[in-house]
Design a protein around this ligand. Structure first.
Ligand code: FMN
Length: 335
């Protein structure tokens, strides 16, 4: 995985990352998160091999140079396709290729990839080997601790063992099972119980591998606890819904000096970015602003601020004018 600064003495660099999230962690979202933390490793949404082979490569892979370190997550199972797409990812400048073996959606199961790949470790190993042979950047796998009611530790241990022998040095483990029948993807992020102890057992049994933990992490204390013993922690929903948490990460976990800045400074930078994106690519500001709606969570007036930034009737206004309106007293709101 991408090497990063750490304040944990005596240990190799630790990674704190924002999870791949479909429809959420697009390049605009990652730009926003990068304004908040310089060190967090950022993941793309899952991009399928089919989308890259048959679709618009630039649309899926273009990203801003400021986003580094950034990892491309692929969805697929065919080794030759994965190798081709991993190479594309490397050519476009990504720092890591990650294979999705954790998504339980019906659509992904029909494509025979995502979490159902955990039942086929040899196929995953072939895919990983094909990618490792083709690229010079790290290849990692994101997976669950089991599928359906398969609760035994041996299952995930054997999966990691087989896949690591093919050259995968980094595993991001979402510490709950994926129940492939009967639960929606959302329920599959909430109902199967979290079992962090299995991730720690993996690190114990495979000390040479980089093992990161994901699932249900919402506090500094949890990040510290797991980073002490593991190589990385990945945060998904909490990072998206409560992004101001990221503003402390560099100082808290990477030993950087505290930067004095406000949420308004970050919002103003986002306005500059929205203006640039509109001028250069015709991107409406609403496509970008939607990712920062959690920025003022917990502050007085947050609801109205969110309403203004979600108000599509304002789409003709310049982003800085929308920001002014969002901070104006309520009676200045547009009718
Ligand atoms: C809206 C949404 C989209 C997601 N899309 C992906 C995806 O594309 N690839 C993936 O591996 N996981 C995906 N996930 C799962 C997250 O990466 C993460 O594993 C999960 O949310 C658990 O972490 P958390 O409890 O910190 O949110 C998605 C989660 C959410 C909420």
């Amino acid at each position: 995985m991408t090497r990063q600064a750490t304040i944990v003495p005596g240990l190799p660099a630790k990674v704190l990352s924002v999870a791949p999230m479909l429809d959420w962690t697009d390049r605009h979202c990652r730009h926003f998160h990068r304004l908040l933390s310089r060190h967090a490793l950022l993941y793309t949404e899952m991009v399928t091999t089919g989308a890259l082979i048959h679709g618009d490569v630039e649309r899926h892979l273009r990203f801003g140079v400021e986003e580094h370190p950034v990892a491309l997550q692929l969805g697929g199972s065919e080794p030759a396709d994965l190798a081709h797409c991993a190479r594309l990812g490397e050519q476009w400048g990504y720092d890591e290729i990650n294979l999705n073996c954790g998504c339980p959606s019906e659509r992904v199961q029909r494509g025979a990839f995502g979490a159902c790949l955990m039942a086929e470790p040899a196929l995953v190993a072939d895919g990983v080997k094909a990618m490792v042979d083709r690229v010079g950047i790290p290849v990692t796998v994101k997976h669950r601790i089991g599928i359906d009611r398969q609760e035994s530790y041996d299952f995930v241990r054997d999966f990691v063992g087989t896949v690591s022998e093919a050259g995968c040095g980094g595993f991001v483990v979402h510490a709950r099972n994926a129940w492939l029948k009967g639960l929606s993807p959302k329920q599959n992020r909430e109902i199967p119980p979290l079992r962090y102890e299995l991730v720690h057992r993996l690190k114990h049994d495979f000390p040479h591998l980089r093992i990161s933990l994901n699932g249900g992490i919402v506090s500094d204390a949890q990040v510290h606890e797991h980073l002490r013993l593991l190589d990385g922690v990945m945060v998904g929903r909490e990072a998206y819904h409560n992004p101001w948490w990221l503003a402390d990460w560099d100082a808290t976990f990477f030993g950087e000096a505290v930067i004095e800045r406000t949420r308004e400074d970050v919002e103003a930078s986002m306005c500059d970015y929205m203006a640039r994106e509109a001028a250069e690519h015709g991107t409406p500001w609403s496509n970008i602003a939607r990712h920062m709606l959690g920025l003022r969570n917990g502050l007085p007036g947050a609801r109205r601020w969110r309403q203004v930034w979600s108000d599509h009737r304002l789409k003709a206004l310049a982003p800085h004018a929308v920001m002014a309106l969002a901070h104006a007293p309520a009676d200045h709101a547009v009718a």
